[in-house]
Design a binder for this molecule. Structure first.
Ligand code: PLP
Length: 386
């Protein structure tokens, strides 16, 4: 198998698994228990929190462990919206967010909040003039993702933070696709709330975190015990948290070298695709992007058919966000960038990772060229418009 869908999920690093095993086998105590067996689990959770804080540049007390990136996004948006309701009811986000943010904003609209969905430029970067114009005295929260899951395009979060901070508006960024791929320093990014997730950076599924800058107003989604400083009740997933911290620490240590390696391979893939396949385009190529992600469009055919064709040859890629698989609608991200619906329909996302080698890239380009040619042949026989 050639796995090129690392934005959907990543394999667990062996070191993360090793770090987790003692907490699944022998040290299975409840971190809230008063005796030493519980304290052992508690100190594992707190050591993990300190490791992540050290790797990402924040205070340990600013991290809330959650069960997924989706939950971290929900805690950020719903938690801040509820805590700030007395100050205003306007939320600003973008037209290219992951469903974890987009659908949560839609749910908040049904609860009486007003949400502005900002346009992006054709390169996939949010329009800062539109953002500035959208802010008003009722704006309590801005949510702009750090890196897009489909195109890899990086948003200017630091510049947005300058705009929100001077107006006293809380800024959330979904860093699920940038954590582990870019050198991330939470103290410099400027966002007040940052979500990231273990399984996207070679940690376990079921472990994620929300960074909440000290003093950021936040109400819990889940009530119960006093876990996570009252922000996320429920017994901690000790082994998951330990594996997550191991993965974050290892990813931060190697992020720059790996970004260089993946960027070179991603560029090779895109160069070859554009050279070998007529009417192929790279979406978001003009903007800064995370180095592992490539969004490719092939005019006149269906992305879903390309994904199936590659699967038959043992190559895993996706049509876009993992959550939208099986969704016949063209990608909302590409549509927001002005890609015509028919072209957006013929798009795939290739996302490289730690096990990717140059020969995987070359084999994928070869397979893609064959499949696209065959599908275009079939569609022209069937009389479909190209
Ligand atoms: N945000 C982005 C940008 C993502 O790509 C994803 C997952 O694909 C999520 C949030 C959700 O993360 P999780 O799968 O941990 O719930």
């Amino acid at each position: 198998m050639i796995y090129l869908d690392h934005n959907a999920t990543t394999p667990l690093r062996p070191q993360a698994l090793e770090a987790m095993l003692p907490y699944l086998r022998e040290r299975w105590g409840n971190p809230s228990s008063p005796y030493r067996f519980g304290a052992e689990a508690r100190s594992a959770v707190e050591r993990a929190r300190a490791r992540i804080a050290e790797a990402l540049g924040c205070q340990p007390a600013e991290l809330v462990f959650c069960g997924s990136g989706t939950e971290a996004d929900n805690l950020a948006l719903r938690g801040a919206a509820q805590a700030l309701r007395g100050r205003g009811n306007h939320i600003v986000t973008t037209a290219i967010e992951h469903h974890a943010v987009w659908h949560t904003c839609q749910a908040l609209e049904r609860e009486g909040f007003r949400v502005s969905y900002l346009p992006v430029r054709p390169d996939g970067v949010v329009d800062l003039d539109a953002l500035t114009a959208s802010l008003c005295p009722e704006t309590i929260l801005v949510s702009v993702m750090h890196a897009n899951n489909e195109t890899g395009v990086i948003q200017p979060v630091e510049r947005i933070a300058a705009l929100t901070r001077e107006r006293g508006i809380v800024l959330h960024t979904d860093a699920v696709q940038s954590a582990g791929k870019l050198p991330l320093r939470l103290d410099r990014l400027g966002a007040d709330l940052v979500a990231f997730s273990g399984h996207k950076l070679y940690g376990p599924k079921g472990a994620a975190a929300l960074y909440a800058r000290q003093g950021t107003p936040l109400a819990p989604l889940i009530t119960g015990g006093d876990h996570e400083r009252g922000l996320r009740a429920g017994t901690e997933h000790v082994a998951g948290i330990v594996g997550f911290a191991e993965a974050v620490a290892l990813a931060s240590a190697e992020v720059e070298a790996e970004a260089q390696r993946l960027g070179t391979m991603r560029d090779r893939l895109e160069r070859q695709v554009v050279a070998a396949i007529p009417d192929a385009a790279v979406n978001g190529a003009a903007a800064p992007r995370v180095p592992n992600t490539s969004s490719l469009s092939f005019r006149g055919i269906d992305g879903e058919s390309i994904v199936l064709g590659l699967d038959l040859r043992g190559i895993c890629v996706s049509t876009g966000s993992a959550c939208s698989t099986g969704d016949p609608e063209p990608s909302h991200v590409l549509l927001a960038m002005g890609v015509p619906a028919r072209t957006a329909q013929g798009s795939i996302r290739v996302s490289l990772g730690r096990e990717t080698r140059t020969d995987h890239v070359d084999a994928t380009v070869q397979a893609l060229a064959d499949i696209v040619e065959r599908l275009r042949g079939i569609s022209s026989l069937g009389g479909e418009a190209a």
